[in-house]
Design a protein around this ligand. Structure first.
Ligand SMILES: [Zn+2]
Ligand SMILES: [Zn+2]
Length: 134
C-alpha cells in the first residue's frame, strides 16, 4: 500500500492529541494524514456543554468564532500535569488553536475566565489587534 504510520509534524500531532485520542494515524510519505483511526474525544458532552456555557466563543482575544466551531484546548497539558477538567478547558477556533500550537515561543495564561495571549517578545495580544498577530 505504501502507507506507514507515525510520521506527522509533531506540532500537528500535539494539536490532534490535544482534542482527541487517536489510534492509529495513517500517513503518506509526505507525512500527510490519510486516515485517523477510532478517535475517542477526551471531553465528554457534559464537559463540552459546561465549557460552552462559560465561553460561548473562541477565547482568543477578540475572536468571536462560536463554540460549536471550536476545539477545547486544555490550558495545562496533560503531560505537564493538566487534566481534562472543565476549569482547564479553553475554547479555541481551529485557526487560533493551530496558531497557538505552531508558536511554541508564545505564552498564554488562563485564570478560568480570561484567556490571555503573549507574543514571543512578551507583549500581550489585545482584542482589537488580534488579527495583526497572525
Ligand atoms: Zn490545544
Ligand atoms: Zn479564534
Amino acid at each position: 500500500m505504501g502507507l506507514f504510520s507515525g510520521v506527522i509534524d509533531p506540532r500537528e500531532r500535539d494539536r490532534i492529541l490535544c482534542d482527541s485520542v487517536i489510534v492509529p494515524v495513517t500517513t503518506n510519505h509526505l507525512g500527510e494524514i490519510l486516515n485517523v483511526g477510532r478517535a475517542t474525544p477526551v471531553w465528554n458532552r457534559a464537559q463540552r456543554r459546561a465549557v460552552t456555557t462559560r465561553s460561548p466563543h473562541c477565547q482568543w482575544p477578540g475572536c468571536q468564532t462560536i463554540a460549536a466551531w471550536c476545539d477545547i484546548h486544555p490550558h495545562q497539558f496533560r503531560e505537564h500535569g493538566g487534566d481534562t477538567s472543565v476549569a482547564n478547558g479553553v475554547h479555541l477556533c481551529r485557526r487560533h488553536h493551530v496558531f497557538l500550537h505552531q508558536h511554541r515561543d508564545w505564552n498564554s495564561t488562563f485564570d478560568h475566565q480570561h484567556f490571555r495571549v503573549f507574543r514571543a517578545d512578551g507583549t500581550e495580544v489585545h482584542p482589537d489587534a488580534w488579527h495583526l498577530a497572525a
